[in-house]
Design a protein around this ligand. Structure first.
Ligand SMILES: NC(=O)c1ccc[n+]([C@@H]2O[C@H](COP(=O)([O-])OP(=O)(O)OC[C@H]3O[C@@H](n4cnc5c(N)ncnc54)[C@H](O)[C@@H]3O)[C@@H](O)[C@H]2O)c1
Length: 238
């Protein structure tokens, strides 16, 4: 049986992280040719997966990469950096760095690849937001939380702009996924407290997040656009 995404090309940013790499794997399994982009992309190879070194916060680098890669059908804006400082402890440099990777990067990539999707009359953009933007950041800091709120607005704005052209733009808002953001950037005390607060009683796995990517990119998900899918173990309902 033919795989559902045979003949399509996908580009995933932040592909060296556990969520990004899991996304590359499911997209490749479903038949895509996958470009695994990361600032540290060395060695990101697999069956139908090739690596691309890219700093998403650099608009010229994004333009150059788009020229090199050509059109893509699916874009997963997953590159992100976490900072846990609240407003009092956030420096101007930290603010700019977090915004430039998490939000500016998603905009530059979307702007670079949307024309090709519109031309083909088919495309999928998935933005990796976060529960932080809905709850003001439990452990996440001000810059991170704000950058993810911006990503939600970017999702809505792009979704409306291209809805009539076969392109959907959606976001996923995960919380506490077992990656270095949880295992290394939270203290043991924070982890234990959060674990006690998550109704499902455990942290999320990267594979569970990318199950939503797989769903949203499916040809049958073409009527879903401007949606944010929560994956938070019951921490927040809306
Ligand atoms: N882990 C969580 O609990 C969690 C929760 C909510 C949202 N998210 C989001 O999911 C996404 C993936 O997170 P993860 O947990 O796999 O984190 P991670 O830190 O393991 O992976 C992030 C990846 O982004 C890459 N990256 C950073 N700056 C970059 C740049 N300028 N250009 C290109 N790549 C860059 C890093 O090299 C890294 O490989 C992020 O956007 C994150 O904010 C994660």
């Amino acid at each position: 049986m033919q795989k559902p995404l045979t003949g399509k090309t996908a580009l995933v940013t932040g592909a060296a992280g556990p969520i990004g790499w899991a996304a590359c794997q499911v997209l490749a399994e479903d038949g895509c040719d996958v470009i695994a982009a990361d600032i540290h992309a060395e060695g990101l190879e697999g069956e139908n997966i090739r690596a691309l070194v890219l700093d998403v916060s650099d608009p010229d680098a994004v333009k150059a990469a788009a020229g090199q890669v050509g059109q893509v059908d699916i874009l997963v804006n997953n590159a992100g950096v976490l900072s846990n400082h609240k407003s009092a402890g956030t420096t101007a440099d930290e603010w700019r760095r977090v915004m430039s990777v998490n939000l500016d990067g998603a905009f530059y990539l979307s702007q670079a690849f949307l024309p090709g999707m519109r031309e083909k009359g088919w495309g999928r953009i998935i933005n990796m937001a976060s529960l932080a933007m809905k709850v003001g950041g439990i452990t996440a800091g001000t810059a991170y939380t704000t950058s993810k709120g911006g990503m939600a607005a970017l999702t809505f704005s792009l979704a409306r702009e291209v809805a009539a052209e076969g392109v959907t733009v959606n976001a996923i808002a995960p919380a506490y996924v077992m990656t270095p953001m949880v295992s290394e950037q939270l203290t043991e005390e924070q982890r234990q407290k959060i674990l006690g607060d998550i109704p499902v009683g455990r942290f999320c796995e990267p594979e569970e997040v990318v199950h939503a990517v797989r769903f949203l990119v499916s040809p049958l998900a073409g009527f879903i656009t401007g949606e944010i899918i929560d994956i938070n173990g019951g921490l927040h309902f809306d």
